[in-house]
Ligand binder design. Structure first.
Ligand code: FSO
Ligand code: SF4
Length: 547
């Protein structure tokens, strides 16, 4: 195996024996093979599209699901990855048959020729990894594109689950994926593809924002309970709001409470979910603390997306975790997709919850959030006044992910040491590093404004654009906003590429730069976009805020 897609890549270069995330080598290779098959599908689909031939929704959905299921910490279940490969080969062959009928000449590439049966999957999977591309700069640009596409696929899938789909997004994903197989693209052309991926990332986040807010209302200022009640309960993790809605509806009146976990915390901010009296609040922290927190939760846990941490051998919660969508874990029960026009069936989890004790309290109190674009813009006058009269010196965008590396204490220390006249704008699970600190407010504006999930970084970009307009600035970089972003997995990659495509410069990225950036590609990002990494909190505050 060779995998270097996330921030935890072993030794800062890549995992080769077993993933730091817990992914074993066979599963990692099998994921490479799934991407190999998916790239074949994308190649034929893109050629069909060029010839004006439509492809089915099945192609779109297969592709986004394949990309999503290979995101870090989403799926550890080799069987479910294998099932996707077999389904993918069938789909690819159907597309090839259509292309032949249309007299479209297909390239002679392994991705379209190989037709392995199940016995050959393992051998083949060892030969199709990212190191197949020998040129490290070309590899870097292609993988940067693919990781951006994985993040985008996640957002597109969530929007689709709410009934919001845009053909141009699917077409782009397929075309870009096909382009990563081409041998004739130069480094310059691939750099352009990376940036184009970022601009489609903006569109994907905008679509998901529309899907979420049209379905559930605009997030609003909310005090979220982090304590517990005495009823048995279900903990829902991940990002999928459609699952959240259906779980709340199906648990209503059953005596089973619902709590959010990690990236699902922002579900508390949506008006449509507030009507449920059994929706208690949020339990626990960012994804990487789940081993301890799940022990204490006592009831069943539902993963709607990443981040899963493989449980320890003797973990008491092993038999009370459920997955759905692109997630999977060997031995855990998987809740099947909803049939057309039907809801998912969560009855087994609800019955399971009734057998369990109520959660053990691990924290008490409230946290505040709900500062997505609509809410912040409703406070725009107050915010603009505070900037004009000097009460707010700077905004620091600290969106992104949290992770288990010790070096991430930096973000807590940075937040603690930030001068009192600075406000943190956040989104994603990065917030758990500082959202429970007593950072106070500035004239009633909390010093940590949480917009929501990582995809709600879109809100932060909208807020910046609005402020640019209000202050009459020509360039978004003239705003008193600095960017100190923490990344972990591929959804943060699409957020980063989206910000770059919007013209945001001088983003600081930590705790380390991606292993998949070759020195030359990193140099291009530094020279053209001023991308930097982090130093100490003291040095960075001096450099970003004070200087
Ligand atoms: Fe976190 Fe995991 Fe949102 Fe990611 S829970 S790390 S960027 O999946 O998705 O912030
Ligand atoms: Fe390693 Fe990250 Fe890949 Fe897991 S996802 S194998 S930790 S690089």
């Amino acid at each position: 195996m060779f995998c270097f897609q996330c921030q935890e890549a072993a030794k800062g270069t890549g995992c080769t024996i077993k993933g730091v995330c817990g992914k074993d080598d066979k599963t990692a290779n099998r994921m490479d093979l799934l991407l190999f098959v998916t790239k074949g599908i994308a190649t034929v689909a893109a050629l069909l599209h060029n010839a004006g031939v439509e492809t089915s929704m099945q192609v779109n959905h297969f592709t986004t699901d394949a990309l999503f299921s290979t995101i870090t910490n989403a799926n550890f279940d080799i069987e479910s990855i294998t099932g996707r490969i077999i389904k993918g080969l069938k789909l690819r062959n159907e597309l090839i048959a259509i292309a032949k009928k249309e007299n479209i000449t297909l390239p002679i590439i392994d991705e379209l020729v190989w037709n392995g049966d199940e016995s050959s999957l393992e051998g083949k999977s060892q030969t199709v990894g990212v190191l197949r591309e020998a040129n490290e700069d070309i590899r870097s640009l292609k993988e940067l594109t693919i990781y951006g596409l994985k993040g985008m696929a996640a957002y597109v899938e969530h929007a689709a689950n709410l009934g919001y789909e845009e053909p141009e997004l699917y077409r782009f994903i397929l075309r870009a994926l096909a382009d990563t197989l081409r041998k004739d693209l130069s480094a310059e052309q691939l750099t352009a593809l990376v940036l184009e991926t970022g601009s489609f990332g903006v569109k994907a986040m905008a679509l998901l924002d529309k899907a979420n807010t049209n379905s559930y209302g605009n997030p609003e200022i909310t005090r979220v309970n982090i304590g517990v009640r005495n009823n048995p309960a279900i903990l829902i993790s991940g990002h999928d709001l459609k699952d959240m809605e259906e779980l709340l509806a199906q648990t209503e009146g059953t005596g089973v409470d619902v709590y959010t976990h990690s990236e699902m915390l922002p579900a508390n901010y949506y008006p449509a979910f507030k009507k449920y009296k059994h929706f208690v609040g949020n339990y626990g922290n960012a994804w990487w603390k789940q081993r301890e927190e799940f022990e204490n939760f006592n009831g069943p846990i539902l993963f709607t997306t990443n981040c899963i941490v493989p449980p320890l051998e003797g973990a008491s919660y092993r038999d009370r975790v459920y997955t759905t969508n692109s997630t999977g874990f060997p031995g855990w029960k998987h809740i099947p997709a909803r049939g057309d026009g039907k809801t998912k069936d969560f009855s087994e989890i609800i019955t399971h919850a009734k057998r369990c004790a109520a959660p053990t309290e691990i924290e008490h109190g409230e946290i505040i959030g709900g500062f997505a674009h609509n809410q912040v813009l409703a406070l725009a006058d107050k915010v603009v006044d505070a900037v004009k009269n000097g009460a707010i010196r700077k905004f620091v965008v600290m969106a992104g992910c949290d992770g288990r590396m010790k070096s991430r204490n930096y973000y807590t220390e940075f937040a603690e040491q930030l001068p009192d006249d600075c406000v943190i704008l956040t989104a994603g699970c990065a917030k758990y590093r500082y959202n429970k600190l007593p950072l106070g407010d500035i004239n009633g504006i909390p010093r940590v404004l949480d917009a929501g999930q990582c995809n709600d970084s879109y809100s932060l970009a909208l807020i910046a654009m609005k402020l640019q307009e209000v202050f009459g600035l020509e360039d978004i970089n003239q705003l008193p906003i600095v960017y100190n972003i923490a990344w972990y997995e591929q959804k943060a990659v699409i957020v980063l590429l989206a910000l770059l495509s919007l013209g945001v410069k001088n983003i600081h990225l930590g705790p380390t730069l991606p292993a998949f950036l070759s020195p030359n590609v990193a140099k291009v990002l530094v020279e053209n976009f001023g991308i930097g990494t982090i130093q100490t909190p003291e040095e960075d505050i001096e450099h970003l805020i004070i200087a």
